[in-house]
Write a protein that binds this ligand. Sequence first.
Ligand SMILES: NC(=O)c1ccc[n+]([C@@H]2O[C@H](COP(=O)([O-])OP(=O)(O)OC[C@H]3O[C@@H](n4cnc5c(N)ncnc54)[C@H](OP(=O)(O)O)[C@@H]3O)[C@@H](O)[C@H]2O)c1
Length: 282
Amino acid sequence: MQVLIAGCGYVGTELARRLHAEGHKAWGLRRTPTDLPEGVEPIAADLLDPELSQHLPPAEMVVYAAASDAGTPEAYRAIYVDGVRNLVTQLHKRDGPPVKRFIFVSSTGVYGDADGGWVDEDTETEPDSFRGTEVLAGETVTLATPFPSLVLRLGGIYGPGRNRLLRMVAQGQVRCPGDGPIWSNRIHRDDAARALLHLLEIPNPKPVYLGIDDRPTPLCTVYREVARMLGVPEPTVDPARGRDRSNKRCSNRRLRDSGFTFQYPSFREGYGAMIAAGEAEG
Ligand SMILES: NC(=O)c1ccc[n+]([C@@H]2O[C@H](COP(=O)([O-])OP(=O)(O)OC[C@H]3O[C@@H](n4cnc5c(N)ncnc54)[C@H](OP(=O)(O)O)[C@@H]3O)[C@@H](O)[C@H]2O)c1
């Protein structure tokens, strides 16, 4: 496979590394493509550049994994909607093979509140923030392209270097919400990259997949179990801390039914490996 990773950051770089290790060709495109793994070809370019086509390689597979670097509606619109649209236009202009698969990395933020219930790919999307709204608009642009395309909606990504929760629990800085269970939906970086690789390879993928591990877990359970793993006091409940996010459990059944298995099926394995690697220290 020849794969362009557009917005080659935390997840994209791990995907690129795995592609190269498996003998595929990978290009990592971002504005400042430093520190890409050996064998991955860097492309310094802006996804919003109207002259982007001159930078585009002859990849027949494309993964759009760019993230906004600012938390404003304009910044979200630019990277999740305008950037996708521009890339699709520029892919038409470049010399190269037709695009066989275009994957947009989306987010579980496209769902609204489910009152702690299950959601899956057939659940109606009702974003409750501009973030979810813009990402959902990016999905719509993606699925309307003439290229065979699909979206992967990731939950909260954690892994090496993304260790904020571990460090906060280690330093006693978290409190459990007092307002009943608030479900968290996560995926380890390596499984996010593995899922993308899987979706590049399988025949006849569906248009939408959820990418979260096997065990949506109440936030407080995560805090307490991580505290136990670290050997620090368990966080207490803060009755004043209410819900500050939509409450849902995301099902990964479709991804698993497509043949995918998780290296880190829950936060226990994922954070356990990070703790063993010293990620909670410092
Ligand atoms: N973080 C989470 O918990 C989470 C949860 C659900 C879904 N997601 C989604 O998963 C995807 C991957 O996340 P991530 O954490 O791997 O992202 P990331 O590392 O934060 O960012 C990806 C890359 O996008 C590049 N980028 C931003 N604007 C660009 C532009 N105009 N042109 C070219 N490149 C640009 C950045 O590099 P430069 O600055 O060098 O350009 C950055 O390296 C994103 O779509 C994100 O929204 C993330």
